[in-house]
Design a protein around this ligand. Structure first.
Ligand SMILES: Cc1cc2nc3c(=O)[nH]c(=O)nc-3n(C[C@H](O)[C@H](O)[C@H](O)COP(=O)(O)OP(=O)(O)OC[C@H]3O[C@@H](n4cnc5c(N)ncnc54)[C@H](O)[C@@H]3O)c2cc1C
Length: 474
């Protein structure tokens, strides 16, 4: 998609560094067929779900162990060549694009669950384990891992993007649930951060530094995570509302009253129609809240009654319950697939997604003004939100042959982010900065804070080889 003049500030600065043939030769010698220079493999590792297009990395190394990662990073460092860690490629903001060239290190084959410690409610995994695979493997323990981005993302990628999902309102994000890491640094050294203890105040919190670093400070090769007992009772319900405002005001009151709701997701009318078509569902075509309650049977009933009461105060209809596990799974799969349902609703389109997050009391102000603007723009869009956290996503569905649509969508995005920052929020609640939000980070954090981030980057990656050109320019 060629960007019109109004978008030049959003076109990624592509300055691909020459990858020395000596490095490719050394990688092939070390990894054999696990180092691929095939164009299809490179192209697959040179894009993500964003709408940016950049030439692919020069080679892809399929790592199977921490030692593989160490050797690949060391060789790249010797040749001053960028390294881009690759999980499953579901990120949305241009995180994986080889804007400065280099090699991709795919960790999908590092997919072992290394240790399950039910007595400590902990699990240690390799980075290529996906969230669904993890839950499959611990199914028999009566425990589960709650962080659920819509895509079946890798745990390494989720840690690197500080991901969250529909359960974050109750169980937190990757920030709260990663206790310890093993990381290969930019010099190829292996370090460990954190411990298996629930808390620690020993030195700088390097775990929190690497969680959310988007592959720019090191390659995560092991992750120790919190897991939780599967609740005694789980109930899911759908409630439709006369307006988005009524739904959002219900959420604000529910959170302010401290109801420990497990999931509360907003879907607007446009998106309900898209999901009904895509997932062959028959959801009521009104603004909906999809909710889930966890706890003891009495606790779940108490929570549900409290929220039902609040919802009816705001004109919400009576709850439609998804009682069986199959019904619940169908409901949440539909929610997780909203993005794909939307993409399919306008064949050939590319989506630009937003990810602002605001303090709960400001959710209605931010969301309603942004809906009005999106409606006035005439650009097709979907709207879903982890509204219990004050986080929501517009997905502007753009025709790649209509560059003007991109201008309008980026303008909507800028207005939305400016509004969220004014209201004390952030430009990204869970997707990360990547390429697409680099400008917003400066507005949000300010020059001083971004300079502090640069100082950390330069200290830990003096050659600037770890996923360079992302988050902020160095
Ligand atoms: C349909 C859909 C729905 C989504 N819903 C959500 C959602 O609800 N919540 C949410 O938070 N996100 C969501 N996402 C975004 C995405 O799934 C997350 O950002 C996810 O965490 C990315 O994981 P990944 O394995 O795909 O990582 P990748 O896309 O492969 O990589 C993402 C970034 O992490 C780095 N990285 C990957 N692995 C490592 C590693 N081992 N060490 C160091 N750096 C690494 C990469 O270099 C890159 O910068 C969604 C995406 C899609 C397509």
């Amino acid at each position: 998609m060629n960007a019109p003049a109004a978008l030049t500030h959003l076109v990624p600065e592509v300055q691909q560094r020459e990858v020395p043939p000596a490095l490719i030769a050394a990688l092939k010698q070390r990894f054999g067929e696990r180092c691929s220079t095939a164009l299809a493999v490179r192209e697959q590792h040179g894009r993500d779900e964003s709408s940016f297009e950049v030439p692919p990395p020069a080679a892809v190394v399929f790592a199977e162990s921490t030692q593989d990662v160490t050797d690949a990073v060391r060789l790249a460092s010797q040749h001053d060549t960028p390294v881009i860690p690759f999980g499953v490629g579901s990120s949305l903001e241009g995180h994986l694009l080889a804007v400065q060239g280099g090699i991709s290190i795919d960790v999908a084959r590092m997919n072992k669950v290394l240790a399950v410690n039910p007595e400590d409610l902990l699990v240690t995994v390799q980075p290529g384990v996906t969230r669904k695979q993890l839950n499959e493997e611990i199914r028999g323990t009566g425990l589960f891992f709650p962080i659920d981005p819509g895509a079946d993302a890798s745990i390494g990628g989720m840690a690197a993007t500080r991901a969250s999902g529909t359960n974050a309102v109750r169980y937190g994000t990757m920030r709260e649930n990663v206790l310890a890491l093993e990381v290969v640094t930019a010099s190829g050294e292996i370090i460990r951060t954190g411990t298996r203890a629930r808390k620690s105040s020993a030195g700088y919190d390097l775990t929190r530094l690497f969680v959310g670093s988007e592959g720019t400070l090191g390659v995560i090769t092991e992750v120790t995570l919190r897991i939780y007992p599967v609740p005694e009772a789980i109930s899911a319900a759908i409630c439709s509302f006369p307006s988005i405002e009524a739904a959002v005001r219900t959420v604000i009151q529910t959170i302010q009253l401290g109801v420990p709701i497990a999931r509360v997701e907003l879907i607007d009318v446009n998106t309900v129609r898209m999901v009904n078509t895509y997932a062959k569902l028959n959801l009521r075509e009104e603004p909906l809240l999809l909710m889930e309650f966890h706890g003891s049977p009495a606790g779940v009933q108490e929570q549900a009654e409290a929220v039902q009461g609040i919802a009816s105060e705001h004109g919400g209809n009576s709850f439609e319950w998804a009682t069986t596990p199959e019904e619940r799974t169908r409901l949440w799969t539909a929610r997780h697939n909203a993005y794909f349902a939307a993409i399919q609703s306008r064949p050939g389109c590319r989506a630009i997604s937003t990810d602002t997050c605001v303090p709960i009391s400001r959710l209605a102000d931010c969301l309603l003004d942004s809906v009005a603007e999106a409606d006035a723009s005439g650009i097709p869009y979907f709207l879903v939100g982890h509204v219990g956290d004050g986080n929501f996503h517009f997905g502007y569905l753009l025709d790649p042959n209509q560059p003007q649509e991109r201008v309008v969508a980026e303008d909507l995005n800028q207005k939305l982010v400016a509004r969220a920052l004014r209201l004390g929020g952030t430009c990204t609640g869970e997707h990360g900065v990547g390429l697409h939000k680099m400008g917003f980070l400066v507005e949000e954090a300010g020059g001083g804070a971004v300079e502090a981030m640069r100082t950390i980057k330069r200290a830990l990656d003096p050659k600037n080889i770890m996923n360079p050109g992302k988050i902020f320019s160095v």
